[in-house]
Design a protein around this ligand. Structure first.
Ligand code: SAJ
Length: 430
């Protein structure tokens, strides 16, 4: 299929009802934005507390501006949530696609959504997969539906009536979702050209960026490639930080200087790479072609090894202190959000606690308050504490996430303590 591009507002849609399947970090913002454009949106989720929260106009997680969109859409009657699949003109599937032990994608939630859609779908309907998926998943989702509905086909042929299937990968950055949903360009890959252009019509109701049309497998791969590209670049920065530590060089200074070159733009090292996207998606490429994905695999391994490097650094900082107190700041996978999925910060705290049973790990309260993630709550030597007390009581302070609120910690509070700043956070304010 040739690549075609739509500009904002160019395509039209006859779709008036949309079911958004999965009300998580992508599904709920998308549902709220579509509802804000006057489409009738039903959000479908298996979690009763999510359904209840949305129907009360509340959001179950922290994302700037989302709450106001959801509350407005629900109060005006354009958005409601339920656990059953409704009939709709279009279905948007935004369910998790986790990876399994062997790093291959687990498509169980996509397949379950497909089975539920099969029971409701009518000729002419559109089904869009938004979940990040290995190449071939949109086709597989269509196959699950069409096996259950032999009266329908992905292409009108043999007397069957057509339904439309497309992949439209989400590309928004957590923390900026409500802005980027509207302003980012989108890629839409159809199983047929008609499916792609019909999906473009739906997305053009809110997307102000350009919408680029292609086939489904290319769209699936494009999304994986975007995140693998970022992972490889972060791995470069993380590898530099380890080399610099060994050579006694300040990596932040080094990167800042190198980035003055007009064609060099090195990213920032950190405690590792987390989140449900960049830490996961590159593996889908590796499992699609293990032999030829050497760089992508190595980047994953470099980033996954970074928490171990931080743990070793902290251990050496408190070496010789009897029953040390270690304050850790931040548990989320990145700044100013409450999402701890695949978070290197959680992994570092867990390992510090398990590998140093005599140490007390005090987690400074930020986005999660007094709640510890499941990986940490059973550990006897981990507790939360208000930030000032955690810092005051600690022998070593480990900054794991660059939350804005940590700016309130004054330099004199850190005096005389070992400071392990994995983000170059305090250096930036110096
Ligand atoms: N990180 C660094 N150094 C950096 C940048 C990031 O260590 O210079 C770390 C972060 O701390 C975090 C991880 O990488 O642990 C990922 O953070 P991120 O901000 O790079 O990306 P995500 O996971 O929040 O969102 C990414 C985005 N993809 C790209 O930028 C290519 C987003 O656009 C996607 O929509 C999202 O993945 C997704 O859902 O796939």
């Amino acid at each position: 299929m040739n690549t075609q591009t739509y500009s904002a507002g160019e395509a039209a849609t006859e779709i008036s009802t949309v079911a958004v399947v999965g009300l998580g970090y992508i599904g709920l913002p998308t549902a709220a934005i579509l509802a804000g454009k006057g489409l009738k949106v039903v959000g479908v989720d298996v979690n009763p507390s999510t359904v209840e929260a949305v129907n009360e106009g509340r959001v179950p997680f922290v994302e700037p501006d989302l709450a106001v969109h959801v509350a407005g859409a629900v109060s005006q009657g354009f958005l409601q949530a339920q656990d059953e699949m409704p009939e709709a003109d279009a279905y948007i599937v935004a369910v998790p696609t986790p990876f399994q032990e062997d790093k291959t994608a687990d498509l169980i939630y996509v397949e379950q959504a497909a089975r539920n859609i099969a029971a409701r779908i009518r000729p002419g309907n559109l089904v869009i997969l938004e979940s990040t998926s290995p190449p071939g998943t949109t086709r597989r989702m269509a196959d699950v539906i069409l096996e259950l509905r032999p009266d329908l086909a992905a292409d009108a042929n043999g007397g069957k009536e057509a339904v439309l299937f497309a992949h439209c990968p989400e590309r928004v950055l957590p923390g900026r979702i409500m802005i980027e949903l509207v302003t980012n360009d989108r890629i839409i890959g159809g199983l047929t050209p008609e499916a792609a252009s019909t999906a473009a019509g739906l997305y053009s109701t809110f997307c102000q960026g350009s919408i680029h049309l292609t086939d489904a497998a290319t769209a699936e791969m494009a999304k994986l490639v975007e995140n693998a590209y970022r992972d490889v670049n972060i791995a470069f920065a993380n590898e530099l930080s380890v080399i610099s530590d060994n050579l006694g060089i300040d990596v932040w200074n080094l990167i800042e200087l190198a980035n003055h070159h007009p064609r060099v733009n090195i990213l920032q090292p950190g405690p590792g790479v987390g989140g449900h996207c960049i830490a996961v998606d590159p593996w889908f490429i590796v499992s699609a072609d293990p032999e030829n994905s050497r760089l992508i695999r190595t980047a994953r391994e470099v980033n996954d090894a970074k928490p171990g490097h931080v743990v070793a650094e902290v251990k050496s900082a408190v070496d010789g202190i009897d029953a040390p107190v270690i304050a850790t700041l931040g548990l989320a996978f990145k700044a100013n959000i409450d999402d701890t999925r695949e978070s290197p910060a959680v992994e570092i705290v867990r390992r510090l606690a398990v590998e140093n049973p005599d140490a007390r790990i005090v987690v400074g309260r930020s986005f999660l308050g007094t709640t510890l993630p499941d990986e940490l709550s059973p550990l006897p030597n981990v507790e939360t504490m208000v930030i000032d007390d955690a810092v005051a009581t600690a022998d070593a302070v480990v900054l794991l996430v660059d939350h804005d609120s940590f700016r309130e910690i004054r330099p004199e509070q850190l005096a005389g303590k070992a400071v392990i700043d994995t983000r170059g956070f305090w250096r930036a304010t110096a």
